[in-house]
Ligand binder design. Structure first.
Ligand SMILES: Cc1cc2nc3c(=O)[nH]c(=O)nc-3n(C[C@H](O)[C@H](O)[C@H](O)COP(=O)(O)OP(=O)(O)OC[C@H]3O[C@@H](n4cnc5c(N)ncnc54)[C@H](O)[C@@H]3O)c2cc1C
Length: 341
């Protein structure tokens, strides 16, 4: 029998005594994270207070012996350093990618990193499964409707509520929840029984009625359709809202993901996709050229707080009050009127 070959161990460069290496250490896989020679900050920005700025600033103001590459789709430079539109354009193989973009964009970016040969990645993002706007709104609305006849608790899924909203909005929402006596439980739900909600850390919360608001999930049957899906099972589409694999299939709204330009799954985007979807369906049937749809970069968020009070945010700006509720109410009513027969 041919003896198995013994691979020589890399010559240690850090002075470590390899004779103590009983696990037969060959290559330090974590070197790319802890001693990178090239780092890409994907989502680097100049915006004050943004994580993408803080991470880039910390890297360039604490030299670590490597090169930093900002990656930003819209800007040619960030904090005076040349930026690249995506990881594929960075002129060097990257040891470490630090991804600081919103959760919906992360799976696509990770894929690009793999394709570009990036050796390791750190993801600093939020909004994967935690209590979102719907959960907060429902908790506040239920308290408003039931008053002191019921006690409302909000199970967040882990951290603080609204992790993908700006910090100021999170603080406003927390204050609103506290003022209305809603108990915030920073844990995830493991089980719901007839009389209790059981949390991951074992806490049992007495509960007569549980309301689940987990955000959009892809219908499982999509997996059997042969359509190209994104990492979470939503229909992958391009700018014309056609399926990436089947151009005769169109998808818009929460069930789909624009893989070229991911955006949050919310009513704002679902509604705005309606007109371009209708146009492209007609053109497709008539054999005409299809129009690409450019989703807006930001959306106005209006969070109802139960009584006639709401919290508004647009990018980093936020405000709250009865006037915000009246604003939201007018927008909602106009929308219903516009789409009523
Ligand atoms: C409490 C709450 C508050 C929200 N507030 C806001 C807000 O203020 N702003 C905002 O932008 N977004 C908000 N959203 C999110 C918003 O409602 C959704 O993003 C939006 O409804 C998505 O629209 P859609 O048409 O893609 O899907 P949906 O509105 O979910 O419509 C999908 C439809 O498909 C039907 N369907 C499902 N399966 C099948 C099938 N197999 N065959 C046929 N039909 C099927 C469903 O019955 C449903 O009618 C909120 C969500 C919740 C839960």
């Amino acid at each position: 029998m041919k003896p198995t070959s013994i691979k020589p161990i890399d010559k240690p460069t850090d002075g470590a005594d390899r004779t103590l290496d009983v696990l037969h250490f060959e290559r330090d896989a974590l070197r790319a994270i802890f001693a990178p020679k090239s780092v890409a900050v994907i989502g680097a920005t100049e915006k004050t207070g943004a994580v993408g700025r803080t991470v880039l600033w910390n890297l360039i103001s604490n030299p670590f012996g490597g090169t930093v590459y900002p990656v930003n789709k819209r800007h040619k430079q960030v904090l005076g350093i040349r930026a690249y539109a995506d990881i594929a354009r960075v002129p060097e193989t990257i040891d470490l990618a630090i991804i600081v973009t919103p959760a919906p964009t992360v799976p696509g970016i990770v894929k690009e990193c793999v394709a570009a040969g990036v050796k390791s990645a750190i993801i600093i993002s939020a909004g994967f499964k935690e209590a979102g706007a719907a959960g907060v709104e429902l908790a506040l609305s239920m308290h408003h409707r039931l008053g002191d006849r019921a006690h409302v608790s909000l199970v967040t899924g882990g951290g603080a509520p609204l992790p993908s909203h700006p910090a100021a909005v999170q603080r406003r929402a927390l204050r609103a929840l506290k003022r209305r006596n809603v108990t915030v439980l920073e844990d995830s739900c493991a089980e719901i029984t007839a009389s209790q909600v059981v949390l991951s850390r074992g806490t049992r919360v007495a509960c007569d009625a549980a309301v689940i608001a987990l955000g959009a999930f892809a219908p499982p049957w999509l997996r059997n359709t042969g359509l190209a899906l994104d990492e979470r099972g939503f229909v992958a589409t391009g700018p014309t809202l056609q399926s990436s694999s089947h151009p005769e299939v169109f998808a818009a709204g929460d069930v789909s993901t624009r893989t070229d330009e991911p955006h949050p799954k919310s009513g704002v985007y679902a509604v705005r996709a309606g007109a371009p979807l209708a146009l492209n369906l007609r053109r497709f049937l008539a054999g005409g050229p299809l129009e690409p749809w450019q989703p807006q970069r930001r959306a106005l968020n209006l969070l109802a707080c139960g009584e006639r009070y709401a919290i508004a945010s647009w990018g980093g700006w936020s405000a709250q009050g009865a006037w915000v509720w009246r604003w939201k109410d007018r927008i909602d009513r106009d929308f219903i009127r516009l789409h009523s027969p």
